[in-house]
Design a protein around this ligand. Structure first.
Ligand code: GLC
Length: 671
């Protein structure tokens, strides 16, 4: 059951798709009151209560004990102090004597003090007192976590389902400069017999970083190039950035201005900020006309044969504005004569560092939305079309969501016209709940750090709770130099996650599997992934169609087992598999907690090397660096296909099974 409480005049974020009557009176858990101009919902916690959810955030599966902030941020640093990442997923579940879910539907900043200030209290504060709070209350005591997750999805809508090939392996790198670079990746993977389904095109494929262009010097015949690769089962997945280059003669820029679809300042002038292309403008994705217009632009690449995209820099990231730069330069002037001593140096650095993603810049532009949707967020009186302006900062967390929405809505419309079945691949860096209906997401610019393997596991668990099923991290780490062992261990975990992409930043050590000694170890792992694609896809479909979770913490299936509920580094993948990755350098294995008897499977040299039934309880499991060890649940079996070079070539009919041979397995397929 879901109860809705409305405070003030909220902005209609369109995260919720189900109509719910507004309840009056006190909230069923905790209490809400106005505080410092915002809304503050407080709730006492019992000693053993756990908090699951909040999507893409730092720290553990149980979020208790820290303070998080929903402010979508271009955040290259992902350490434990970080309160905000790229998306805002304001849904969490309190699990304990009382178990319930809370969704704070608010488009701007929300602070989640989860027993940080007071160790037995949650305090959630929205920036203004105009918000919708939803309480998801389970009807049954047992299975409450799954029931809440399911009920939440009936509230916010079905999760996006990508095409089948999007479950294959993707190689990416910021730095592939031309067709020859891509061709090298493709051919080397094929030569080594390492399966591959897609290669991402990062910003360098474009002409001067201009969206919806392809640099002809780098890709003289892009359409044919796409077709050639596709014939061999490899798709190109170009990036689309939120910032559109300001350049006379560039049709996307000129059209956006001519049609008045750009984000504007209050005086009506176009908002400009720097991103990769230099001075740029931004489509007003909160305005349906702009969203639709931008979404239709993807067609130019679809027509060239592209079937997948990644939307980036859509928090939006703002490297600078001219206004802020002027301010900074003038403030720095005094340092020409001032000593850079203990105080001076830090002041200097803090001024210089305020250039990117500056709060005042976010306050300086507006979106056009219907007065009805804007609620108390309207900054102007309605115009003749009943539209108002809304300050960007107040609705900041909806920008990336609406970029993704616009793209998928336009592509859905095109598909309907052409009678195509599968949706294209789309995943985004920035998001808000609701975006899970239109695409997936990757977890942004992580590092080649061991802890980031664990972080990705924890983020994926929390993102599933928020409805984002198609997720994955940059395997091997985006920033910093990876090592062979790190990449192997990361791959051994990521092969269970829907988005399976190795991506790295320009300037870092090259990290395609073939850059390392004995690439056959990577081949073996990626072959396991391909053997598992029928299972993973089938489980993904079941989760998406049945509003379940594809990847989840053990607590969701073993609520009564206190040990299982505290596990923070193992994940259930579908209904049959449990993954327990090694995420410590030089470890020879790890402790694993089995909440029920399970079959331990060791995959080595491209095949199942051993299967061993283990009793419920704690086990130290040895995991050789080049092996993948995972678990099949009690009385269950998992189908394995013969690995192939790409998903299209997998034979779904000839399957073998691991685990309990007498168990049944229902394979769901749809294309
Ligand atoms: C951002 C993205 C990253 C990409 C880079 C260049 O940092 O998060 O994935 O490679 O921009 O486009």
């Amino acid at each position: 059951m879901v109860k809705k409480f409305t405070f003030g005049k909220p902005f209609d974020t369109e995260a919720v798709v189900k109509k719910i009557e507004v309840s009056k009176g006190k909230t069923p858990f905790g209490s809400a009151a106005k505080k410092n101009g915002g809304l503050c919902w407080k709730c006492a916690l019992e000693k053993d209560d756990k908090i699951f959810g909040l999507g893409e955030t730092m720290r553990g599966v149980n979020k208790r004990g820290y303070v998080f902030e929903s402010v979508n941020s271009d955040q290259p640093i992902q350490d434990e102090s970080v309160k905000s990442l790229y998306g805002s997923h304001n849904f969490f579940i309190v699990f304990g004597k009382k178990t319930f879910g809370v969704f704070v539907d608010y488009p701007g900043k929300v602070v989640f003090d989860l027993a940080f200030t007071k160790c037995d209290e949650i305090c959630v504060t929205t920036e203004t007192a105009n918000a919708d709070l939803y309480f998801v209350i389970p009807q049954k005591k047992s299975g409450a976590l799954k029931e809440i997750a399911r009920e939440f999805r009936t509230l916010v809508g079905k999760s996006y389902i990508p095409p089948k090939w999007a479950f294959g392996f993707c190689q990416s790198r910021w730095g592939y400069a031309c067709a020859a670079d891509i061709e090298k990746v493709w051919k080397t993977y094929r030569k080594l017999g390492i399966p591959l389904d897609s290669i991402c095109l990062d910003i360098d494929y474009m002409e001067d970083y201009k969206d919806f262009t392809v640099d002809k010097k780098k890709f003289p015949d892009f359409k044919n190039f796409c077709a050639k690769l596709k014939k061999d089962g490899v798709r190109l997945v170009p990036i689309i950035d939120a910032g559109v280059k300001k350049q006379k003669g560039y049709s996307v820029y000129e059209e956006m201005l001519a049609k008045k679809l750009a984000c504007a300042k209050k005086d009506g002038s176009t908002f400009e900020a720097g991103v990769w292309p230099g001075d740029s403008v931004f489509a007003d994705f909160l305005n349906p006309a702009a969203r639709d217009w931008f979404g239709k632009k993807y067609k130019v690449l679809l027509d060239a044969g592209v079937e997948g995209f990644w939307n980036d820099m859509n928090e939006p990231a703002l490297f600078y504005t001219k206004e802020n730069l002027r301010k900074i330069f003038s403030q720095l002037e005094k340092f020409k004569t001032k000593p850079l001593d203990a105080t001076g140096l830090f002041e200097f650095m803090s001024i210089a560092n305020s250039v990117c993603n500056n709060a005042d810049d976010y306050k300086s532009f507006y979106h056009k939305v219907s007065a009805k949707k804007a609620g108390a967020f309207a900054a102007t009186k309605p115009d003749k079309d009943k539209n108002v302006l809304v300050n960007h900062a107040a609705v900041h967390n909806l920008f990336g969501y609406n970029m993704t929405r616009g793209a998928m809505e336009a592509m859905d419309a095109l598909r309907a016209e052409n009678g195509e079945a599968a949706r294209p691949l789309l995943y985004s860096r920035s998001s808000y709940i609701g975006a899970h209906r239109y695409g997936g997401l990757w977890t942004g610019d992580n590092h080649a750090y061991w802890g980031d393997i664990l972080l990705s596991l924890q983020q994926i668990a929390s993102l599933n709770i928020a409805g984002f099923l198609y997720t994955g991290s940059d395997i091997g780490g985006f920033n910093a130099n990876t090592s062979r062992d790190l990449l192997l261990r990361w791959t051994a975990f990521a092969l269970f996650t829907p988005l399976f992409r190795n991506h790295s930043a320009r300037g870092t050590r090259e990290q395609e599997c073939y850059q390392f000694e004995k690439p056959e170890a990577f081949k073996s792992m990626i072959q396991l992934r391909y053997s598992l694609v029928p299972y993973l896809y089938s489980e993904f479909l079941k989760a998406a169609q049945g509003d379940g979770l594809f990847a989840r913490p053990l607590a969701f299936d073993f609520e009564g087992d206190a040990r299982a509920c505290a596990v923070h580094d193992q994940l259930l993948i579908g209904n049959e598999i449990m993954a327990a990755p090694v995420y410590v350098q030089n470890a020879i294995g790890r402790y694993v907690y089995l909440p029920e008897p399970m079959t331990m499977v060791e995959w080595k040299n491209g095949k199942v090397a051993a299967q061993k039934k283990l009793p419920k309880g704690d086990h130290f499991i040895e995991v050789p660096l080049e092996s993948v060890v995972f678990f099949v649940r009690d009385k269950k079996k998992v189908p394995l296909a013969r690995a192939a070079s790409c998903v299209d070539k997998l034979d779904w009919k000839r399957l073998s099974f691991i685990g309990d041979q007498s168990a049944a397995y229902e394979l769901v397929d749809r294309e």
